[in-house]
Design a protein around this ligand. Structure first.
Ligand code: HDE
Length: 692
């Protein structure tokens, strides 16, 4: 019987399949059009005869293709590539004395959360591991509305004034004429722009540090960046900076790893977040606040309204008031992560803005961009964006309206209630009240940059001198790499001239790496100060955390199962994960003759994907791998990336072939299993010095 005349089955779970003749039995609801009409055949278009023309009348086909044609929406102008997760925020230390925000009122009180992490410059389909700032956007669904803290993993920003944002983004995005490079700052236009904008130099230092190549979204700090204000019930206010502190510590990859990961697994960070949550290893951050008053702000040698400056934790300590836990992956990437619309204007009573000119510009931009991206002013009705508390107002209609308000009260004031009708919602005396501005009351309107914003180098220098020698070395290497991709020689020279204001030693190293003479320093607008170093700015000065790290365990046929078990057990005890890698993904036959399944094959799981590696193999297995390029790269990369390496004696053949001389970060197995696992979050950086 031709499909077009086939009657829909009475049993609605019987869905036509294939050429129209056969049916596929499966559970689940009946397939319908968007308007609810049951579909009898989802495989064949309606035709005039088996080989005849397709008919315009086929509303099933037309609806399906029509919808498909419009599946894509514009990607975000910046932060296009991101991934998100659901969770909750819990207040651990109430702060009613500082803020009347309901989410900070009661110890143990929880509100739902959605968080989206992102890169900035790359487009939606780019890789996860470019050198870039990462977005850290948090939406908290409180009972007094949504609070979005739309921050980054770097506490400062490139520019001071919103006026410069489109220029910054144009400069870092692929160059206008050629459409490349994708997701990279290593090109002429970015360095041309930043070298002409000395205010960017502090954030440039962060971007050249290992903060810009995070190992995991779970291992990044988050920052609100701007100064905000907290307001208590009495209307008293203080300044505040928000911090997210990861429970798993802060960790980055090396640059060479980041480059190789982008080939081996462009979804590295996205997959890491997703898998951790699927496995029940819920990532967690503490919310910290730095609170200070106007007098303290006035005592700083920088302006707290300037987003290119941070306040060192040693100067104003971070007080922990809550925790954020991500415990659920989205059901649908598009519906939730892609359609999530974060708005810095989403604040709740008890929190307020400051006059930071960058923040003020953002207050316009995000609402506007959502309209362009999501196509309607009603984007707040999309489930991921909708508040979880009651929402009533007199706004009506617009594209994609999904609410069906009753009655005729769509204006205010009205006296409809006097006639027994619903008069609609009323303003509340508990509602949001904007704090008075902190600007001078009689200020003249002017396009001007405050004089207090003129110091561009003191904090860039502070950041550099706060790093360990290893981290400083990475920054110099990053600058040399980036500038080597800059073809305009005068731009290279100008960057060097700016770097001299940050640190003479750094400038000299970079010049040497480029084989350039050091040009004179670019005259700074204000002579930089030597601020105290801040240990909190270094990653390597933070305590290493083993939990959440992954060991890559390379096994061969004939491997001793007891050793594999000892390593796996040591990892499990410490909260780390083990991935089994074998020559073939089907697994290996152990010494005892058992089949051990593998998670990955060697060629698909280079050691850059792991925090440390271990090799448990038989003599014949190891010998066979000496002829396998992927296996040799596995060990030589692990060594070059300064990772701990656990091994059985048989692996020596592989090390010899790879030209590696074992050092004291090689751990004999099984006896060294615990020590190996303890080293997961650390690196033996001396290997870098030896030029490996
Ligand atoms: Fe954004 N930014 N930004 N930004 N930003 C966007 O909004 C903008 C700035 C940040 O996961 C866009 O919804 C301007 C600072 C994050 O969906 C856009 C200025 C910080 C995200 C926009 C800034 C951020 C965005 C693009 C200077 C750290 C991703 C899509 C005045 C505190 C949010 C969108 C997500 C996204 C504008 C500066 C963080 C175009 C005009 C500073 C994490 O509206």
């Amino acid at each position: 019987m031709p499909a077009m005349t086939k009657k829909p089955s009475d049993d609605r779970s019987e869905i036509p399949f294939g050429t129209g003749g056969e049916t596929q039995q499966r559970g689940g609801p009946v397939l319908t059009t968007n308007h609810g009409v049951p579909i009898s055949d989802n495989q064949n278009a309606l035709k005039a005869g088996a080989r005849g023309p397709t008919l315009l009348e086929d509303f099933v086909l037309r609806e399906k293709i029509f919808h498909f044609d419009h599946e894509r929406i514009p990607e975000r102008i910046v932060h296009a590539r991101g991934s998100g997760a659901h969770g909750f925020f819990e207040c651990t230390t109430p702060i009613p004395d500082l803020s009347r925000a309901s989410l900070f009122a009661k110890k143990g009180a929880k509100v739902p959360a959605f968080v989206r992490f992102s890169t900035v410059a790359g487009s939606k389909g780019s890789k996860d591991t470019p050198r870039d700032v990462r977005g850290f956007a948090v939406k908290l669904y409180t009972d007094e509305g949504n609070w979005d803290l739309v921050g980054n993993n770097i506490p400062v920003f490139f520019i001071q004034d919103a006026m410069k944002f489109p220029d910054l983004v144009h400069a870092v995005k692929p160059e206008a004429d050629r459409g490349f490079p994708q997701a990279a700052s290593a090109h002429d236009t970015f360095w041309d722009f930043v070298s002409l904008m000395p205010e960017s130099m502090h954030t440039v230092m962060w971007a050249m540090s290992d903060r810009a190549i995070p190992r995991s979204f779970r291992m990044m700090e988050g920052f609100g960046v701007h100064t905000f204000r907290l307001v208590n019930a009495a209307g008293d206010w203080c300044f505040v900076k928000f911090h997210w502190k990861p429970k798993l510590g802060v960790q980055s990859t090396t640059w060479d790893e980041a480059v190789k990961i982008s080939g081996a697994d462009p979804d590295y960070l996205r997959r890491d977040l997703h898998d951790a949550i699927e496995n029940g290893d819920y990532p967690e951050w503490e919310l910290g606040i730095q609170v200070f008053d106007q007098a303290t702000a006035d005592s700083f040698p920088y302006d707290i309204l300037d987003a290119t400056k941070l306040i060192p934790e040693e100067v104003v300590p971070v007080k922990i008031i809550g925790r954020l836990v991500l415990d659920r992956n989205p059901n649908n990437f598009f519906a939730e992560t892609e359609q999530a619309a974060f708005l810095p204007t989403n604040i709740v009573p008890g929190i307020d803005f400051s006059d930071d000119p960058l923040l003020q510009g953002r207050l316009f931009s995000y609402m506007d961009t959502q309209k362009s991206r999501l196509g309607t002013t009603n984007f707040h009705q999309i489930p991921i964006n909708a508040p979880r508390c009651p929402m009533h107002n007199f706004q009506r209609d617009g594209m994609m309206q999904t609410m069906v308000p009753k009655g005729r009260a769509n204006y205010e004031p009205n006296s409809l209630a006097e006639a027994g009708e619903d008069g609609g919602p009323r303003a509340s005396d508990q509602g949001f009240i904007t704090l008075a501005s902190i600007a001078e009351p009689a200020a003249e309107k002017q396009r001007i940059r405050a004089d207090s914003f003129a110091d561009h180098f003191s904090q860039a220098r502070m950041f550099y001198v706060s790093q360990t020698e290893v981290e400083q070395g990475h920054m110099a290497d990053a600058l040399i790499f980036e500038l080597s991709k800059v073809k305009l020689e005068h731009v290279r020279g100008r960057v060097l001239g700016q770097l001299r204001n940050v640190d003479e030693g750094l400038a000299a190293k970079v010049a040497n790496g480029l084989a350039l003479d050091l040009p004179p320093a670019v005259a700074p607008a204000r002579e930089p100060l030597d601020l105290d170093a801040s240990d909190a700015l270094s990653i390597l000065k933070k305590p290493p955390v083993v939990k959440g790290r992954t060991l890559g365990l390379l096994v061969t046929d004939g491997a001793d199962e007891a050793i594999i078990k000892a390593v796996t057990e040591a990892a499990r005890k410490a909260g780390a994960t083990v991935k089994i890698i074998a020559p073939k993904v089907g697994g290996v036959k152990t010494k005892a003759g058992k089949i051990l399944a593998a998670d990955e094959m060697i060629g698909g799981a280079p050691s850059v994907l792991f925090d440390a590696v271990a090799l448990v193999m038989s003599k014949t297995g190891a010998d066979a791998l000496t002829g396998d390029k992927a296996a040799l790269d596995f060990v030589s990369d692990a060594f070059a990336h300064c990772k701990a390496i656990g091994n059985t004696p048989e692996a020596a053949a592989l090390f010899a072939k790879a030209g590696i001389k074992p050092d004291d970060w090689f751990f004999g197995l099984p006896q060294g299993a615990d020590r190996l696992i303890q080293k997961l979050p650390e690196r033996n950086w001396v290997r870098e010095k030896k030029g490996m």
